[in-house]
Write a new protein. Structure first.
Length: 202
């Protein structure tokens, strides 16, 4: 990857995402669910754009974070339980749509960015950054499950159930948090291999 491509990679990803987001904002399956689902997407995207001039993550970090932004935007448009990716329902014998499980796994990718931020700012050692980044994702995962519960109770009806997305699984919240954690471990393995804090041009 030449230097110009590396330099403008975040800009290109941001531009593509904006177009993608606007396209999927048109006639979602449930407008109420869409609004609730895109709030974290918008907050994270705006935060990354607003802080770009002060801290530029590695391209690997932006690619990993962008995966969740795109994936969650698709889920918001269709509602996670009804995304028309039939092959995801064939992963297990229960016929469950696992689109949201992959979404939770990709939330764990933000552990990569957290570790990079900690190490490039020399806040701690590599081992402590890894541990803190996993706990960071686990706390976000737990917090999001609480928000889902509050919204489902407050909103009620079909919108509440669709946002909750449990699809009849009584252990859905626990499995979601496990997926978040596994995603964090996966992304930190990538971090350990690539070490963007030592090679900031990646």
């Amino acid at each position: 990857m030449n230097s110009s491509v590396r330099h403008f990679f975040p800009h290109a990803v941001a531009a593509v995402f904006c177009i993608f987001f606007l396209a999927l904002a048109i006639e979602p399956v449930s407008r109420d669910v869409w609004i609730a689902e895109v709030i974290p997407v918008v907050l994270i995207f705006v935060s990354l754009v607003a802080t770009f001039r002060w801290f530029r993550f590695s391209n690997i970090a932006y690619a990993l974070m962008a995966f969740w932004l795109f994936w969650h935007t698709i889920g918001g448009h269709y509602t996670f339980a009804h995304v028309p990716f039939e092959w995801l329902s064939q992963i297990s014998s229960d016929g469950r749509n696992h689109f949201d499980r992959i979404g939770h796994f990709s939330i764990g990718f933000y552990a990569f960015a957290m570790a990079e931020w900690l190490l490039r700012n020399r806040c701690c050692s590599l081992k402590l950054a890894m541990v803190f980044s996993i706990f960071f994702v686990m706390s976000i995962a737990a917090g999001y499950e609480i928000i889902e519960w509050w919204y489902a109770v407050a909103k009620g009806g079909d919108a509440g159930l669709e946002f909750l997305g449990s699809q009849g699984d009584i252990w859905d919240a626990q499995k979601d948090m496990l997926a978040d954690t596994l995603g964090a471990i996966f992304s930190l393995l990538i971090y350990h291999i690539t070490r963007p804090d030592l090679h900031q041009n990646r």
